[in-house]
Design a protein. Structure first.
Length: 194
C-alpha cells in the first residue's frame, strides 16, 4: 500500500512592519506620479526637466569626438592619474630554484601534518566513545536509583512514636501472661498457658 503525500504551498502572511512599509512606498509612488503628470502638463517645466536630463547624460557619457582632449592626451592623463596601479619592480630579478633540502623539509612537514591530523582524529573518536560510555553508565545508575526508590522496594520506615507504642504493647501483653490469675499450671508444658 503506497501513501501519497501532497504538499500545498501557503502564501506567508506579511508582517505588520512590511505592510506599513508597503503603504509608505505606495504613497511615495503616487506622489511621484502626480508630480510627473504636473510637469508633463506644464510645457515650461517639462522643457527645463528635459534640458537637465540631457545635461546629465552628456556629463555621464563623454564620447570620443566630443572629448576636449585628443586620444593621446587622454591616454597621458589616464597614465598620470593611475600611476599607482603599476606594479612595483622587484629588487630580485630571478628567484633560484628550490633546493633539495627545502623540498625534503616540505615533504617532512606534510608527513608530520598528516600524522598529527590522523592522531587528532583517532583521539577525537576515542573521546566520543568514552563520552558515550560515561553517558551509558550514568543512565544505568539513574535507572538503578529509580528502581530502588519505588514504594514496592522501599523498606518500611516505622516512625519512632509507633515503635515506642509497639514496645509498650508487647510489655503489657507479657505482664498479662505472667500474672497468676490469668494462667493455670499444666503438666509437661510451660508454666503459663493462656
Amino acid at each position: 500500500m503506497e501513501l501519497l503525500v501532497v504538499q500545498t504551498w501557503v502564501k506567508p502572511k506579511k508582517s505588520p512592519s512590511k505592510r506599513k512599509f508597503n503603504k509608505i512606498e505606495k504613497k511615495r509612488r503616487d506622489a511621484m506620479r502626480r508630480l510627473r503628470d504636473a510637469i508633463r502638463n506644464d510645457p515650461v517645466r517639462y522643457e527645463a526637466m528635459k534640458d537637465k536630463e540631457r545635461q546629465r547624460y552628456h556629463e555621464r557619457i563623454n564620447t570620443l569626438p566630443d572629448s576636449p582632449h585628443s586620444l593621446d592626451e587622454n591616454m597621458d592623463y589616464w597614465l598620470k592619474n593611475n600611476n599607482s596601479l603599476e606594479t612595483p619592480s622587484t629588487s630580485r630579478e630571478d628567484t633560484p630554484n628550490s633546493s633539495r633540502q627545502s623540498s625534503e623539509g616540505k615533504k617532512q612537514r606534510q608527513r608530520n601534518t598528516y600524522k598529527y591530523k590522523l592522531k587528532i582524529k583517532q583521539l577525537e573518536k576515542k573521546l566520543r566513545n568514552e563520552k558515550n560510555r560515561v553517558e551509558k553508565y550514568k543512565k544505568r545508575l539513574e535507572r538503578a536509583k529509580n528502581s530502588l526508590a519505588t514504594p514496592k522496594n522501599k523498606p518500611v520506615q516505622v516512625s519512632r512514636k509507633k515503635a515506642d507504642l509497639i514496645q509498650r504493647f508487647k510489655l503489657y501483653v507479657k505482664e498479662f501472661h505472667e500474672r497468676d490469675e490469668n494462667s493455670r499450671p499444666c503438666p509437661r508444658k510451660k508454666d503459663t498457658v493462656t
